[in-house]
Design a protein around this ligand. Structure first.
Ligand SMILES: [Zn+2]
Length: 325
């Protein structure tokens, strides 16, 4: 069962998010940097959304949505590597509700494995931004796995089970030996996405695969909730891609798109009610103070699955398989 279906977990995460919002307010009141598009360098950008603290612009040249003005990129990277109290608290909360190490999944149907397994059922896999190793615990049954993680505290947890390289990929000088690299929910928080993909390119073998999962700025949820969509919580989101922006990123970093799909509608009836009736207390996917809130998640997610509706390019997350070209 997904951890998001548990009310106790969501209550703690809602409290944690309220602290994230307080920090976002402090950061937004500090010194910010106006910048050109981090993907194509374009300067003629258009307002996209405001999340209550930060503005996000859309670049007409490449379709990337990015925080502008932004917190100092050095401060962003320091936040990943240093002992960030909020980050530590987040891991404490999720560790509390974890139900142990997952058993062997079916790689042909598991949401986080099926795309990769369909084209590369074996090989050396490097999970970049592996955090505490959740994905490595799933992938280890099928691949020879390693991780890269910038935060020493989360590295220490993952390293109890796996070989984990601590540091930024650009500094690690890893050999060119990997068949697969995975990037789960990392790209959105990185100040230089082109640089990261080029660093990945440098460690992937010829015809190597990069599988990434990242928020989608073309989703129905983004369109509906705007700056209150979960993609824009607080201050950590740097970039939100859509299929067009992802194509530009691939071309710049030397990849070709093999497959791309979207997943999760992420629009629930209880959220809609709160968004329109009580916008003051609305937090997308965390309105756990409402009666039967999590039951709505379970029932509506299952209904979506059973209907099998194709969201086209409008699901809330992009899942793409890229091949090194
Ligand atoms: Zn651009």
């Amino acid at each position: 069962m997904s951890i998001n279906y548990r009310q106790e977990y969501n209550l703690e995460i809602r409290g944690w998010l309220e602290r994230v919002f307080e920090k976002a307010g402090r950061l937004a009141a500090g010194s910010l940097l106006r910048r050109s598009c981090p993907l194509c360098g374009g300067v003629d950008t258009r307002p996209f959304v405001n999340n209550g603290f930060f503005d996000y612009d859309r670049c007409p040249g490449c379709a990337l949505v990015f925080q502008n003005p932004t917190v100092d990129p050095q401060a962003v990277n320091d936040g990943f590597t240093g002992s960030d109290e909020l980050l530590e608290d987040y891991f404490k909360i999720s560790a509390k509700y974890k139900t142990g190490v997952p058993t062997k999944p079916d790689p042909r149907s598991h949401g986080k494995l099926r795309d990769i397994y369909g084209v590369r059922p074996e090989g050396r896999l490097l999970d970049v931004g592996c955090s505490v190793g959740d994905f490595l615990h799933l992938a280890k049954y099928f691949y020879d796995v390693e991780g890269v993680e910038v935060n020493p505290a989360t590295t220490a947890i993952a390293a109890q089970h796996f070989r984990v390289h601590c540091g930024f990929l650009s500094d690690l000088r890893l050999p060119l030996v990997y068949d697969i690299v995975t990037l789960n929910q990392i790209l959105y928080g990185v100040p230089d996405p082109v640089g990261l993909l080029r660093d990945i390119h440098a460690v992937l073998k010829t015809d190597g695969i990069l599988c990434l999962n990242t928020p989608n700025s073309d989703s129905y949820a983004t369109r509906l909730f705007g700056g209150k969509c979960c993609h824009f919580y607080g201050y950590t989101t740097q970039n939100v891609f859509n299929p067009e922006a992802l194509s530009h990123l691939c071309a710049k970093a030397g990849f070709r798109i093999l497959t791309m799909r979207t997943e999760w509608l992420d629009i629930y009836t209880a959220d809609l009610r709160e968004f329109y009736d009580r916008p003051d207390r609305f937090i997308h996917k965390r309105n756990t103070h409402l009666p039967d809130y999590e039951r709505g998640f379970v029932v509506e997610d299952e209904a979506q699955r059973q209907l099998g509706q194709n969201l086209g390019q409008r699901g809330n997350y992009l899942v793409a398989l890229l091949v090194k070209s």
